[in-house]
Design a protein around this ligand. Sequence first.
Ligand code: MRU
Length: 357
Amino acid sequence: MRSAGFPEFSPIIWRGDSLNLIDQTRLPLEEVWFETSDYREVIRAIKEMLVRGAPAIGIAGAYALALAGMELSGTANGDFSERLCEAAREIKAARPTGANLAWAVDRLLTRCLGAQSTAQSTEEIVADLTSESVALHEEDLSFNHRIGRHGARLIPWGSQVLTHCNAGALATGGYGTALGVIRTAWSDQRITRVFATETRPLLQGARLTAWELSQSGIDTTLITDSSAGQLLRRGFVQAIVVGADRIAANGDVANKVGTYSLAVLAKETGVPFYVAAPTSTLDLSLSSGEEITIEERSQDEVLQFASRRTAPPGIDAMNVAFDVTPGRYVTAIVTEQAVSRPPYLKSLSRLAEANVG
Ligand code: MRU
């Protein structure tokens, strides 16, 4: 077995009364940790993408709610619940596309502000919010190892694989989803090389995936987004593995913009296209991806490169951060529970149990 050389790393560290986030806007050139005890600052960190990736945003959102609870601790019980729910609404609105943020915050509210809450002191509720956040964080990390084991078996021996954006340790509680599959398959010696797309406009592939994989000693080649088609056509890639932000009941997948184009190219060239995500990313209340809210971000991210203007004055730009890949392009969806295959309406509904309350 080959070592993936990866000490367990999480982009999120809970210190009991404060949250530490590695500032992903500054990687890979600077490794700076941002610390706060203010839940509003966590919301800002999510919006400005100091922390990003659907599962990591969910974990940060959970800790944000615990911090809000600490701030409100001692207020009369009815007011406490009302103000905590208001904070929960603010946290959930920070970024709209990923399913994990609302899922995590709602899980905390359900488990910690349950029917018995009137009998509990606010201090007890805060203790529950904290321990539930830690549990959710640890669970995500362990699920990613399971995703890695399930997914690695799908990768043929001697493969070169392609991944998009960053679905690694940085995007999760640790280890990663798509990169979890890649790490495990690399350790099993199934993978000989990873192609990482740079992922315009914020370069999560060039800055974050390349950083993670090189730290892990995994042979990686960075490519421009637009060269993927040529690589696939020439037979350089045996599998594509990506993460997901939200998956609808029919298997439609919202993920970083550019994922849909890769999936269509994969079908055209006969390359399997795998999506790796925890069941907390499933949103079976949506019948299709048409119902997924797609985040649009500032035009400046397109008009500039590394904070320097590159486009001519007055030009209009569009910056959709995600796209939806129809389930018919997805060979399999790998979760911590199982490898699900089409028809997804059936196979994903079997997983729904795993995600209940
Ligand atoms: O805008 P980002 O960087 O938060 O987008 C991240 C992605 O699209 C990831 O692929 C997705 O969240 C899965 S992360 C395990």
